[in-house]
Design a protein around this ligand. Structure first.
Ligand SMILES: Cc1cc2nc3c(=O)[nH]c(=O)nc-3n(C[C@H](O)[C@H](O)[C@H](O)COP(=O)(O)OP(=O)(O)OC[C@H]3O[C@@H](n4cnc5c(N)ncnc54)[C@H](O)[C@@H]3O)c2cc1C
Length: 269
């Protein structure tokens, strides 16, 4: 295996364009190394992104928060973006949060990706770049299937963008308090116009939104009653699987209750 360490975004993109699908971007490595050890990733070339400054950091401008793809979970934990901060704080243990990045969480496209679910509640956009330029797409459309995204072979994830005035709430149910992949996780965001975004993890093949429940809040406004009704719609709409962590029935029930509780927390006084 060959290891590369570019110092700029252009160098990283030139390497990817030259090496193609046999090359993987390596951020914190907390997913990629595990996948390689299990034989599920076979790429011969690893392009380490840890020395690319353009991918680092959080910036806020004109009401929009930009999160560089290389931002570590630890950097999100202390922010005022409640769902993001709590989701980041719930990832693995301290060592994982010091290495793992937002771009890696999104790029890995796990149905249980905690930070990915939180970003959906902000209706976030993902920025993708190749040597020809950058494009942005809604994050909800980026996730296609477990481990599969809409990124092209020559692209890199550079950043996530989200409205900074969204109020949000988060809940994760795992089999234990720490270092636990979720049984179900939920994030809810309510933007300045009162529009709600409802996101769930571990209930579908990808981090997912529930537009039917969002439409109810858009139609009738957010009240304790519509919060309960949205929870009921969530339970009826999602199609989770039964696996070693929980049954589908349990996930449906818990997801609905979580969403109702989170929406209630965000009800205007
Ligand atoms: C013990 C343990 C516990 C964990 N617990 C949790 C948990 O509770 N919740 C959770 O959500 N996750 C958990 N994870 C998974 C992992 O830590 C996170 O998904 C993390 O955010 C991945 O980030 P990374 O920087 O390590 O990604 P990497 O492993 O470096 O990369 C992951 C994927 O994204 C791609 N990628 C990375 N950066 C970019 C980029 N800028 N552009 C394009 N592609 C990119 C890589 O090529 C790879 O395919 C856990 C992992 C371990 C080992």
């Amino acid at each position: 295996m060959k290891f590369y360490q570019p110092n700029t975004l252009t160098e990283a993109l030139e390497l990817k364009a030259r090496l193609g699908t046999d090359a993987y971007f390596l951020a914190g490595g907390t997913d990629l190394v595990v996948l390689r050890n299990r034989g599920r990733v076979k790429g011969e070339h690893w392009i380490d992104l840890s020395k690319v400054p353009a991918l680092e950091g959080l910036t806020e401008q004109d009401g929009v928060l930009r999160i560089g793809a290389g931002t570590k979970h630890t950097a999100l934990e202390s922010t005022r973006f409640a769902a993001l901060a709590e989701a980041a704080a719930s990832v693995g243990g301290p060592q994982i949060r010091h290495r793992g990045t937002v771009g890696g969480n999104v790029g890995n496209a796990s149905p249980a990706g905690d930070v990915s679910v939180a970003l959906l509640a902000f209706d976030a956009e993902v920025e993708l770049q190749n040597l020809g330029g950058a494009r942005r797409m809604n994050l909800a459309d980026f996730f296609l299937a477990p481990g599969k995204t809409a990124i092209a072979a020559d692209e890199i994830i550079t950043a996530l963008y989200l409205p900074a005035d969204t109020r949000s709430a988060w809940f994760k149910l795992g089999k234990r308090e720490a270092t636990a992949i979720s049984v179900v996780c939920a994030a809810v965001g309510v933007n300045a116009q009162g529009k709600a975004h409802i996101a769930l993890g571990s209930v579908a093949p990808r981090p997912t939104r529930v537009p039917q429940a969002e439409a109810l809040i858009a139609d009738k406004g957010l009240t304790p009653e519509t919060a309960r009704e949205a929870g009921r719609i969530v339970s009826e709409t999602i199609v989770p699987i039964t696996d070693h962590r929980a049954t589908a029935d349990y996930r449906r029930d818990v997801a609905g209750k979580m969403v109702a509780r989170l929406l209630t927390q965000l009800c205007p006084n």
